[in-house]
Write a protein of this length. Structure first.
Length: 311
């Protein structure tokens, strides 16, 4: 009975996280619009980071609760799952084009910063200094996005494509309620995941890399699969890769800045797998600048192999 209760709490936590992130982004973007902040800035910051809000909330909550394995496992697990499962599924449903900048810049950047995380955490801790380094890279990446978008090389979220613009009272309500749902949802998810791990005799590392990672990746999953079903999957790869970059640089950086995060030796393997997954994506995408169904199947099989290794 206790297991059922914890599973329900975990599911409720994920629902609150996803809905809270959606409302928070809509409200915050509307407030930014009313303050005269350009849509370009809103699209590249608030809207772009919106799908990473669940990962950020869970990782920060886990860090404060002393569940460091969930903090790192959530980010690394989400990055592996984003590429191998989400892009794999999307490619099987509908072959996807790969933008030139995504293939030659964003995916290589993902590989480099994943290896950077492995290097910084190799001593067993993502310290505040390490976190500062990650956040500096994050600022540099945002600067790159702004520069490329101004040159017209990257299309930012428009008002219609991004968050819905609301009245100020409604925007404030959505922002506050959305933030509250994120906080409550993350707390429920972390506590339930820890309880489930204890009851099943599983490590928090495994729970973080799989169940929690899947739950916090739901926004990316829904968005990418829906785009593939609607035969409009071209932007899915860029969004997923961008989310992975944000996960490492912003979420781990912010978590480590608030409180140093232990990086256990077992995560060296998982972080290396995350880098290999990004490298696999690059190898599959470069020759034809697209991901076909065969590539999607390869990625799904790759995740199956990884899951078998950590089980």
């Amino acid at each position: 009975m206790e297991m059922i209760i914890q599973l329900v709490l975990l599911a409720v936590g994920f629902v609150l996280l996803v809905k809270g992130a959606d409302w928070f982004v809509d409200g915050a973007a509307s407030i930014a619009e009313k303050l005269g902040i350009p849509q370009l800035v809103i699209g590249l910051t608030i809207v772009a980071m919106g799908t990473s809000a669940p990962e950020a909330a869970v990782s920060l909550t886990a860090a404060f609760h002393g569940n460091a394995d969930i903090t790192i496992g959530n980010v690394v697990g989400s990055n592996i799952l984003n590429i191998l499962i989400i892009l794999g599924l999307a490619a099987v449903i509908c072959p996807m084009k790969v933008a030139r900048l995504t293939a030659f810049v964003d995916i290589p950047v993902t590989i480099v910063i994943t290896l950077l995380l492995l290097l910084l955490g190799y001593d067993g801790t993502v310290s505040r200094l390490d976190a500062g380094i990650l956040l500096l890279f994050f600022i540099a990446y945002l600067s790159y996005l702004f520069a490329m978008t101004k040159k017209g090389l990257i299309v930012g979220e428009s008002e219609e494509e991004g968050a819905k613009i609301q009245s100020v009272p409604k925007a404030l309500l959505f922002t506050v309620v959305g933030l509250a749902l994120i906080i409550v949802g993350s707390s429920l998810a972390v506590d339930a995941a820890s309880a489930i791990a204890t009851m099943l005799g599983l490590s928090e590392r495994f729970i973080g890399l799989t169940i929690v990672a899947l739950g916090t990746s739901l926004p990316e999953l829904f968005t990418s699969v829906a785009a593939a079903i609607k035969k409009n999957p071209d932007m899915a790869i860029g969004n997923i890769v961008g989310s992975n970059i944000f996960n490492i640089l912003f979420i781990v950086g912010l978590s480590g800045l608030v409180i140093p995060v232990p990086f256990v030796s077992a995560f060296r393997f998982d972080t290396l797998i995350a880098a290999v997954a990004a490298l696999l994506l690059l190898v599959l995408a470069l020759p034809t600048k697209r991901l076909g169904r065969v590539a999607g199947i390869i990625m799904l099989v790759g995740y199956g192999a990884y899951f078998a290794m950590i089980w």
